[in-house]
Design a protein around this ligand. Structure first.
Ligand SMILES: *Cc1c(COP(=O)(O)O)cnc(C)c1O
Length: 361
């Protein structure tokens, strides 16, 4: 089989075809280099241009202010769950973690190994279906930072605006909605994202952090776990994921060609709305997230029974609509429709949903 199917996987996820084509064309030799990106030194001029291009791409697309550093680290978003408290949760202090789903729970679990971590809100009631209102947030104004998950990939719950946190630094795990819509970076002190949803392959993690945070890092951390190491060495302290950074650079170029993050937002909203409209049309499908908190990246919904859901994913897979089975934590169906997911795939899913309902409703 050489034909591409529609890939609704939550991650690693679909990449833009032009990016894959360029990577294929350059697999044996980068232009005028005679070697692939995986075979050259990370200290070479060629790679220097690639990592610089990736940083410039991120900065331009997201409007990253001058006083922020852009890092390409390893260990996934999951290692950030540990690095953040190791660097920024001081002894005797505490941090606030707003829990809107499964990834936030994993983040606070690591923070608690380091020190005190509180939950200004935990939206577990109802199985994580929405973000809290400002009034529901019991924030501690002495917290070292507030941590949110801008898009909970498993539940399909997305913040539509940042919470007001006063002078406390706001940190965000944006692994599954980075670059899906414009973000006011200056509202955050630190944003991180594993690349494998919207930015590239797994194995590279984007971290954007404000300069003034670096002064708060305690002495004595292990070198690789200290953000200052990576800032001082431009993400080249050790051998980075050269392949991942190369693809991320190409993805940034692709996003730019598509019209930037603003254009991504409008395309993403259109795609998501098509599926939500199909869900809302009748009682046959039930959306998981509350309408105000619905994700434009991961659309989650249920059918009347698990049996019917199984039938749904099986028949969809047979038609080339792959990866629709929901995460085991919530069950049901999840359609992940990241930046690179084509609108034709959404049309195919909606047509299938209507057809399936007709036969089984
Ligand atoms: C996928 C995901 C993670 C985990 O990322 P890894 O790179 O596998 O560690 C963390 N947070 C969110 C929101 C995610 O979607």
């Amino acid at each position: 089989m050489t034909e591409r199917i529609f890939n609704f996987s939550a991650g690693p996820a679909v990449l833009p075809v032009p990016v894959l084509e360029q990577a294929r064309d350059e697999m044996l030799s980068l232009p005028n280099v005679g070697m692939s990106v995986m075979e050259i030194s990370h200290r070479s001029k060629t790679f220097d241009e690639i990592i610089h291009g990736a940083e410039t791409g991120v900065r331009e697309l997201l409007g990253v202010p001058e006083n922020y550093r852009v890092l390409f680290l390893q260990g996934g978003a999951s290692l950030q769950f540990s690095m953040i408290p190791m660097n920024f949760l001081p002894e005797g202090g505490s941090a606030d973690y707003v829990i809107t789903g499964s990834w936030g729970k994993k983040a606070i679990k690591e923070a608690k190994k380091q020190g005190n971590a509180n939950k200004p809100a935990d939206m577990a009631d109802g199985g994580y279906t929405r973000t809290p209102s400002q009034e529901e947030l019991k924030l501690d104004e002495r917290a070292a930072y507030v941590h949110i998950t801008t898009n909970e990939t498993i539940e399909g719950v997305e913040w539509k605006r940042e919470p007001e946190v006063g002078d406390v630094p706001l940190f965000a795990d944006s692994s599954s909605d980075i670059m899906s819509h414009p973000v006011a970076i200056e509202k955050y002190a630190l944003i991180y994202a594993g690349a494998q949803k919207n930015l590239g392959p797994s194995g590279v993690t984007l971290v954007i952090l404000r300069d003034d945070l670096l002064a708060k890092i305690p002495e004595g951390l292990h070198t690789m776990l200290d953000y200052r190491t990576h800032v001082q060495n431009n993400s080249l302290y050790n051998t980075p994921n050269t392949w991942g950074i190369y693809i991320l650079n190409l993805v940034c170029k692709w996003v730019k060609e598509q019209g930037g993050v603003e254009a991504m937002k409008s395309r993403n909203e259109t795609k998501a709305q098509m599926i939500y409209d199909a869900i809302d049309a009748t009682q046959f499908y039930r959306g998981h997230a509350d309408p105000d908190s619905r994700s434009i990246m991961n659309v989650t919904f249920r059918l009347a029974s698990e049996e019917l859901e199984k039938k749904f994913t099986q028949e969809a897979t047979a038609l080339g609509l792959d990866g629709l089975k929901g995460h085991r934590a919530v069950g049901g169906i999840r359609a992940s429709i990241y930046n690179a997911f084509p609108v034709e795939g959404v049309e195919a899913l909606v047509a299938f949903m209507k057809e399936f309902e007709k036969k089984n409703g």
